[in-house]
Ligand binder design. Structure first.
Ligand SMILES: C[S@@+](CC[C@H](N)C(=O)[O-])C[C@H]1O[C@@H](n2cnc3c(N)ncnc32)[C@H](O)[C@@H]1O
Length: 370
């Protein structure tokens, strides 16, 4: 089993502490921080459509100490998948739309320092100030342009060369009626969304619109057919799960909170306008569910085409000495056939029938645009 575990790099701890201080908070006072987190969490629960109250210092502190690290880890996972697929080839500009404190921008830059021109755009000046504070000069600040924009005003935002641009939007499509004009002209698109049913299914619909307009889908899908969760299910949605190794100050704060984050979920989509996906993807499948243990049988949702499918295996019936099959949601697998197919189930006779790829395994994209 290849577990994907993510941390917040140590470099952020002093930057977060430095930013918390003028707000009247400190990583050394986890109780006070947890009270701010509870207040913001309660606010989101009672105002599901509400915007973050950025003007409040408690909301800034909570976002910084709680939501920034968690979203950083989610975004880092997406950046890692993009990196190993070769998704960043030919790109040198990035727009993080609705960047907030910059969890996506920082995670992508830390993992793929290929971007020369990075713009973070947000309607909230307070969030941009925090994003600036989290950018240490030796890493990002030299080519980082953070800009406050108006809600509807997108004039001039997408004027630069779109052929080398990544449009990045993390946890913001959920707040928008539609993507900003110009976003879809970008050569590369990375969208990360909360793993709720509504947001996940909306992202699956966007995937189909991108395919219809000629885009190549690089992840999480290994195929370009219709999404089986969209066409064969009314309620399911594609989402990923990673493990979160919290820093000790985060765990101290979490001790005072009702919610515990051992794993983090999210939905995401990586698309390119012209660069074809790596050939290897077509012969792979993505694990789109956790292992479900039923009576004598294990099942796990898998995606490799427009049919809804599950891997199924019977641990008791495995040949003697065969290692247990342990597979992690979100990983890519290769199936070694021929395999028995029973309705929607692809039956695994033994552990050799499936190879789970390491999340670090590097793939080679085609270099020439279509
Ligand atoms: C939930 S936060 C996500 C922040 C950050 N991208 C992250 O992943 O942590 C959503 C952000 O989108 C911003 N936002 C909402 N509507 C926007 C718009 N029309 N244009 C630009 N930013 C917007 C909000 O101010 C907020 O900072």
């Amino acid at each position: 089993m290849h577990q994907r575990r993510f941390q917040l790099p140590q470099v952020y701890e002093p930057l977060i502490e430095r930013t918390l201080k003028p707000l009247g908070y400190s990583l050394g006072d986890p109780l006070k921080l947890s009270q701010a987190v509870r207040r913001l969490s309660d606010f989101y629960l009672s105002h599901p459509e509400g915007k973050t109250p950025w003007k409040e210092t408690w909301a800034q502190a909570a976002s910084l100490a709680y939501y920034f690290p968690l979203n950083y880890a989610r975004n880092r996972a997406v950046a890692l998948e993009a990196h190993r697929l070769g998704f960043f080839a030919g790109l040198d500009q990035m727009i993080d739309f609705g960047c907030g404190m910059g969890s996506a921008l920082h995670a992508f830059l830390d993992l793929a320092p290929v971007f020369q021109d990075v713009r973070g755009l947000d309607v909230a000046a307070e969030a941009l100030d925090i994003c600036r504070n989290l950018s240490s000069s030796d890493r990002t600040a030299s080519h980082l342009d953070l800009k406050q924009i108006g809600h509807g005003n997108q004039k001039g935002l997408f004027d630069q060369d779109s052929t080398t641009r990544l449009f990045l939007a993390s946890y913001v499509y959920t707040e928008l009626d539609e993507l900003p004009r110009g976003a879809l002209e970008s050569e590369a698109i990375a969208i990360i969304e909360p793993s709720t049913q509504a947001d996940g299914r909306r992202l699956m619909q966007l995937r189909q619109e991108l395919i219809d307009s000629g885009h190549q889908i690089w992840a999480p899908c290994t195929h370009m057919g219709a999404c089986p969760l969209l066409t064969h299910s009314e309620k399911d949605w594609c989402h990923d799960r990673i493990h979160w190794d919290a820093p000790s100050w985060f765990s101290e704060m979490e001790k005072h909170l009702p919610m515990k984050n051992r794993t983090l979920t999210f939905s995401y989509l990586l698309a390119r306008r012209t660069l074809p996906r790596p050939d290897a993807l077509a012969s792979l499948a993505r694990l789109t569910g956790d292992t479900l243990i039923e009576k004598g049988k294990n099942r796990q949702s898998v995606c490799r085409g427009s049919e809804r499918e599950f891997l199924a295996w019977f641990p008791q019936r495995m040949p003697k000495g065969s290692p247990a099959i342990e597979l992690e949601r979100g990983n890519l697998i290769e199936l070694k056939g021929p395999l028995e197919q029973k309705a929607s189930e692809v039956r695994l006779p033994n552990a050799d029938a499936v190879i789970e790829l390491s999340p670090n395994l590097q793939m080679t994209p085609k270099t020439a645009p279509r």
